[in-house]
Design a protein around this ligand. Structure first.
Ligand code: 5GP
Length: 193
């Protein structure tokens, strides 16, 4: 996706050899126009699969999920929570995910009532690295006895295994941009439009 590649080129910073820092428009400050452009492209890709819920994980997935769900006809967004709260339902679906950026383990939680059995679920997230977050969300989709229609990602890091593993499983994966590497702080990207 041209607009996202340009934003990464303009504002992105490569940290070491593995981390893409895009706080300026995706992970801290949000570029509103870009969010809705990403939502448009993900919705256009998955519209034929007729999802009826978009599932993501807090916090950075929410904006892209919202933009995508809006373009899919204002279907609901459900986001997995990373912490437990006293007002949470007793009936939570859970799955563990190791965070690549924070180096800790998160227990992702979704109230079963928000993923009715048989729903057609589209997973959306900001980054795909080793695939831990998407694997945990897929586990929650399975536990809810829902159908996964596909996975939409803003930035896939092609030099980590997540994308390869999902494609080998035959999952409909759409990544708007694929980062191929980081060289001396420069973020290299594939022209995958
Ligand atoms: P995975 O679970 O696929 O290993 O990593 C995906 C999750 O880790 C995403 O939800 C994202 O929040 C975070 N993440 C992984 N790599 C990066 C990165 O290079 N930059 C940023 N900003 N987040 C990342």
């Amino acid at each position: 996706m041209k607009e996202l590649r340009e934003a990464i080129r303009r504002e992105g910073k490569g940290i070491g050899q593995h981390i893409v820092k895009v706080d300026m428009f995706l992970n801290h400050r949000l570029d509103t126009r870009l969010m809705f452009d990403m939502g448009r492209d993900l919705a256009d890709h998955f519209r034929k699969d007729v999802p009826d819920i978009v599932l993501t994980v807090e916090a950075s997935g929410i904006a892209i999920a919202l933009a995508t769900a809006h373009r899919l006809g204002d279907i609901p967004v459900v986001f997995a929570k990373k912490s437990q709260a006293s007002n949470q339902s007793e009936d939570m679906l859970t799955a563990m995910a190791h965070s690549f950026t924070h180096g800790n383990d998160n227990c992702l939680r979704v109230d079963r009532h928000y993923l009715p059995k048989g729903s057609r679920v589209l997973i959306v997230d900001d980054f795909l690295a080793n695939g831990q977050a998407t694997e945990a969300l897929m586990s929650i989709v399975r536990q809810a006895e829902c159908e996964l229609v596909g996975i939409g990602i803003a930035v896939e890091k092609g030099f980590q295994d997540g994308g390869k593993i999902l494609r080998e499983k035959g999952i409909n994966l759409k990544s708007l941009v694929i980062v191929t590497g980081i060289e001396d702080g420069k973020i290299c990207m594939a022209d995958n439009d």
